[in-house]
Design a protein around this ligand. Structure first.
Ligand code: HEM
Length: 541
């Protein structure tokens, strides 16, 4: 969803004239060719001048029009790491006409996200923000400014507070229990391998949806044409994660060569009707409760839509919310909260399955805290130090958004001795930073939760608000993830329960388990994870 990553870049490689001839005929192709030549001429000149006058960071020479786009391969975070190995931790590229800097070391990340945080706190304009999120009424794609500040304030002070997260404890407990039962059932009591990826995704969708909207997640809610809400999220994610030629070569934007704008607008129309119904239902319930006097006698746990409607009713102009904003937030928080946490959980399970000694150590720890028969409670997690190390190690190796969300500079600035022009897109390669051997040692690519047992690592704060930049799975600075506390709690809790209830086995040699990442918007496994569960604690089901 978030990673305006260049997921379909290679499939959608920019060959404008050919693409157009196929769609609209020779006349359009001729216009595009002329526009392309003119653009090519001017972009070469501008490029040449900036290279001559300013000391830009090093990088491969860009081609006219497409710049360095041809150098990207999937997965993009790996391709950018290879370029960083050649040119250094601050690397200059051009994606079409958009100047782009890739940051690949913790030292450099600190310069961008701490020293010059304010300058890089904006986002580049994207079609997803414009056409799906009601012209940037969301938070993640919104440029730095008043609207974003208001959204951030609402997220941090109203929606994702420690108290609010705690109020949904029962949701996490119920949904994790339901996941455990479904795993056991689907595996025919451990006789057939179960699709762990699917079970995790379903549980996370339910948890996040109930927190957001208050009722159970049903994929059929969206209605008519047989496509469910998950399909819609996938559709928008794919469009948002695709390379939209128009975002990078503005003179071709109007042509919508890949149909991305059309697809985003269509998805928005479908979602809008659905979201209107959600909001109307909430308004009706609130009125009914108020007229029955229930608000005082039977206070209920407010979901995020309740909270947003309350904020919308406040009279301060500072926080007054438009309906479109509520709709944009519903969709974005669902996608942000669900996909990322599900990815982290499935990678943790995958690595643990390859490392039986780590599973054993974890199970011993959990048992020592909750006993042999009890269920894990969220209040137990603080005593499970090794569990915390496993989650940190997973996020170090598998940051769900490997390139964060692109940042953009609001003014020109010099960083590390290099000139960074205004409106430069900045990609922070979180994946490369977490695997940097200079910081993490020669075994940086290996899964070793023990490395976090040292006090220095164990006390490391992952939220991105502190001064530690050795790993940044949640980003850092002003645009850091506001959902990190909720994410860590959910992942730790679900993982502890999965390991406490079952022993796990994969088909074949566990060390040979396929660990390739998919080229999606976030970074899930390429192949779903299948494993056999064996019940350890019958009374837990
Ligand atoms: C393991 C789970 C998660 C990971 C790894 C993760 C990671 C990230 C990262 C890397 C960013 C971009 C930071 C940047 O641009 O520098 C981000 C932004 C964001 N995340 Fe998360 N996230 C997770 C879970 C969540 C959850 C549970 C929520 C809320 C329900 C959430 C809401 C957001 C929002 C709203 C933003 C945009 C912030 C802004 O632009 O100001 N995330 N996340």
């Amino acid at each position: 969803m978030f990673n305006m990553g260049f997921v379909n870049l290679l499939q959608n490689s920019p060959l404008p004239a050919t693409l157009i001839a196929g769609r609209g005929g020779a006349a359009t192709a001729a216009i595009v060719s002329i526009a392309t030549l003119v653009f090519c001429f001017f972009s070469c000149r501008i490029l040449h001048q900036s290279r001559r006058n300013e000391r830009l960071p090093p990088g491969p020479y860009p081609w006219p029009i497409i710049g360095n786009l041809h150098q990207l391969r999937l997965p993009v975070h790996r391709a950018l790491k290879r370029l960083a190995d050649k040119y250094g931790p601050i690397l200059f590229l051009r994606f079409g006409s958009v100047p782009t800097v890739v940051v690949s070391s913790s030292e450099m990340a600190k310069q961008f996200l701490k020293t010059h945080d304010l300058i890089f706190a904006s986002r580049p304009p994207t079609s997803a923000g414009k056409y799906f999120f009601y012209n940037f009424k969301d938070i993640a794609f919104a440029p730095y400014g008043d609207h974003w500040r208001k959204m951030r304030k609402i997220c941090v002070l109203e929606l994702l507070t420690a108290k609010r997260i705690e109020s949904f404890k029962h949701v996490r407990e119920e949904e994790v229990s339901a996941m455990i039962s479904s795993i056991w059932e689907d595996s025919d009591s451990g006789r057939i391998p179960v699709n762990v990826t699917k079970a995790i995704s379903a549980a996370l969708a339910n948890i996040v949806w109930r927190i957001l909207v208050g009722n159970f997640f049903s994929d059929d809610d969206l209605g008519a044409d047989g496509k469910g809400f998950t399909d819609l999220v996938l559709e928008v994610s794919t469009a948002a994660g695709s390379f939209n030629i128009g975002d990078f070569i503005p003179c071709l934007d109007w042509l919508d060569l890949q149909g991305i704008k059309r697809s985003l607008k269509k998805a928005n129309r479908r979602f809008d009707a659905f979201a209107e119904k959600i909001i109307n239902d909430h308004v009706d319930h609130r009125m009914a409760r108020a007229s029955n006097g229930q608000e005082d006698t039977m206070p209920h746990v407010k979901d995020f839509v309740d909270v947003l409607l309350e904020v919308a009713e406040t009279n301060t102009t500072d926080t007054k919310l438009k309906r479109e904003t509520i709709k944009a937030l519903i969709f974005q928080l669902f996608a942000a909260g669900m996909e990322t946490s599900a990815d982290a959980l499935e990678w943790a399970m995958s690595e643990l399955l390859r490392h039986p000694h780590a599973i054993q150590r974890l199970q011993e720890e959990i048992e020592s805290v909750v006993g042999q028969h009890g269920k894990v409670k969220e209040s137990n997690l603080a005593s499970m130090v090794y569990l915390q190390c496993v989650v940190k190690e997973t996020l170090r190796l598998y940051p769900s958004l490997p390139l964060a969300i692109p940042h953009a500079s609001v003014e020109a600035v010099t960083v590390g001795g290099y000139y960074i022009p205004k409106k430069t897109m900045v990609l922070i390669n979180l994946w490369a930073i977490g695997r940097d051997p200079i910081v993490w040692g020669e075994d940086a690519s290996e899964f070793k939760p023990e490395r976090f047992l040292r006090v220095e690592e164990h006390t490391m704060d992952l939220s991105g608000g502190q001064s530690d930049f050795r790993m940044l799975p949640f980003g850092a600075g002003r645009r850091r993830c506001p959902g990190s506390a909720m994410a860590i709690l959910t992942v730790e809790y679900a993982l502890a329960q999965l390991l406490h209830t079952f022993d796990w086995k994969v088909e074949g040699d566990p060390s040979e388990l396929d660990m390739k990442e998919a080229c999606a918007t976030t970074m899930p496994r390429q192949a779903p994870l299948f494993a056999y569960p064996k019940l350890r604690l019958p009374r837990c089901l």
